[in-house]
Design a protein around this ligand. Structure first.
Ligand code: SAH
Ligand code: SF4
Ligand code: F3S
Length: 473
């Protein structure tokens, strides 16, 4: 069979990245192999996101640009997947004559059949059916790239929390947890492919298994910890309301679980939290933070924030800044509120002007930048163990140190900090010995966005139980 070229373009969260890999996996038996070159592709799939207004606009403008490519190559199949596809369905076909297929977030396993039909009869198809349970549960471990150290594994699909600003429950459907045996099977496949670190994904991993009566999330983590050849476990996202004491105690107990938690708070004001339907208070959140720091003193904590939620007063925004000051996050993501289709907050009164949202966003980011700099400076002089990922990519201009070293590599500390280091010449010829191994880096400098240091020990075989081969650096 002559290979056909597939270009997948992904916008959005890690779940979309995972889905893109599954899409590549289910289409491989039809002869599709991945390509970066869109002009020579036989099929282009745009995997879209609609979490904020801007993400949706980005998806539509990208799709609009594909019209020209289709004129140059009329046999090209253009498919739209992901959350905008789920939200808009047939409207996309009506609005965009160059689109052949619109498939929703639950339609990935039905793709091969739909693509075959389009290939044979050039029909146009929409499939945005959602189901409440997981009817096909892989695992389809799609392709990994050369030297890929880390992989995502979705463990919970959908969301039942209905935060009032959020579109996710409407485009990803009801919460459904995957069978633990399938999850373990998929992780083992990844390890066989060379992966050393997995990030377990869900909109709220903390409620894993509760609906179906499967094991708890803490129990699942213990099972994943036992997978031979796996070095590290991460997970995202945790909802504060479901962060159990049992799960908190898991940090520092499980050998492979990284010392980092992403715990989105959204706002530091109880009135706003209530209207967001977050189901926790500022104090309850702070108690969880204290519990995490007791269980695991060096745990890194990150969060998400929304500024300018309808009705947010200046005093309420100040409460958010106060929360950031007391938690002192290791990093955060902050977003200006935007109305989303079907999300109740779209109908709330007291909409905040764009200019005020911008000011609040800037004030919040400035505060966090100061905290990040101070926290980064405190790491200078320490030695951190990193899992080496490969040559450094996309260093920002303010992140290059003056003594710039010839070849930079990078890896992540358990805290999720990205750390750059220079590779000694004698190790450069043995790249395969570095990628996917643990190395000790003495941190020499810090910038707003990154840390760098000197390789003092490593590489060490990252897979425990296989004998630690330490090569002197
Ligand atoms: N399930 C995760 C969040 C997924 S969406 C959780 O519960 O935390 C990622 C982030 O996008 C959210 O944490 C929130 O900060 C932001 N977000 C979601 N809807 C938004 C909206 N309508 N406007 C602005 N930001 C939004
Ligand atoms: Fe959206 Fe809330 Fe679900 Fe997160 S928990 S995906 S913010 S509804
Ligand atoms: Fe976006 Fe859908 Fe993820 S809306 S953030 S791609 S769940």
């Amino acid at each position: 069979m002559k290979p056909k070229l597939l270009h997948i373009s992904t916008i959005g969260c890690q779940m979309n990245v995972y889905d893109a890999n599954q899409i590549a996996g289910v289409l491989a038996p039809l002869g599709y192999i991945g390509t970066d070159a869109i002009e020579s592709a036989d099929m282009v799939i745009v995997n879209t996101c609609t979490i904020r207004e801007k993400a949706e606009q980005k998806a539509f403008s990208y799709l609009g640009r594909l019209a020209k490519i289709k004129i140059a190559n009329p046999s090209l199949i253009v498919a739209v997947g992901g959350c905008v596809a789920q939200q808009e369905g047939e409207t996309i076909l009506k609005r965009m004559p160059h689109v052949d297929l619109v498939f929703g977030t639950h339609a990935i396993f039905r793709l091969p059949e739909m693509v075959r039909r389009i290939e044979s009869s050039r029909c146009r198809i929409v499939d945005v059916r959602l189901s409440d349970t997981i009817d096909v549960d892989g695992p389809v471990a799609g392709p990994v790239s050369d030297g890929q150290v880390s992989a995502f594994v979705t463990i919970v699909r959908g969301c039942d929390n209905y935060c009032t600003y959020c579109v996710v429950p409407h485009v990803r459907g009801r919460e459904a947890s995957r069978d633990p045996d399938r999850i373990i099977e998929e992780i083992r496949m990844r390890v066989e492919q060379g992966v050393r670190e997995v990030t377990l994904l869900g909109q709220n991993v903390n409620s894993y298994g509760s609906k179906e009566g499967l094991c708890s999330f803490a129990e699942l983590l213990a099972r994943v910890d036992g997978v031979d050849g796996l070095s590290r476990i991460r997970f995202t996202t945790s909802h504060p309301k479901d962060l159990s004491d049992d799960l908190i105690r898991t940090f520092g107990r499980l050998e492979k679980l990284c010392h980092h938690i992403h715990l989105p708070v959204q706002s530091g004001d109880d009135g706003i939290l209530k209207r967001m339907n977050r189901k926790y208070t500022r104090n309850a959140y702070l108690e969880k933070i204290a519990g995490l720091r007791t269980a695991c003193p060096d745990i890194a904590i990150t969060s998400d924030f929304i500024v300018g939620f309808p009705g947010e007063t200046d005093r309420q925004f100040q409460a958010t800044l106060g929360l950031i000051e007391s938690v002192r996050y290791d990093g955060l993501f902050a977003f200006m509120y935007s109305d989303r289709p079907n999300a109740p907050a779209a109908a709330f009164s007291g909409k905040i002007a764009e200019s005020v949202k911008k000011e609040r966003l800037q004030a919040l980011l400035n505060l966090q930048e100061t905290i990040t700099r101070e926290k980064h400076q405190a790491i200078v002089g320490q030695t951190l163990q990193i899992l080496v990922e490969g040559p450094s990519r996309g260093l920002k201009s303010d992140d290059t140190d003056s003594a710039s070293q010839p070849v930079r590599w990078s890896g992540r500390a358990s805290s999720n900090h990205i750390i750059h280091f220079a590779v000694p010449d004698d190790l450069l010829t043995k790249k395969e010995l570095l990628t996917g191994t643990f190395a000790d880096i003495m941190i020499e400098g810090a910038h707003a966005h990154s840390l760098w240091g000197r390789l003092i020990r490593g590489p060490k075989n990252a897979a425990p139980g296989k004998g630690e081969t330490t090569i002197a650096a």
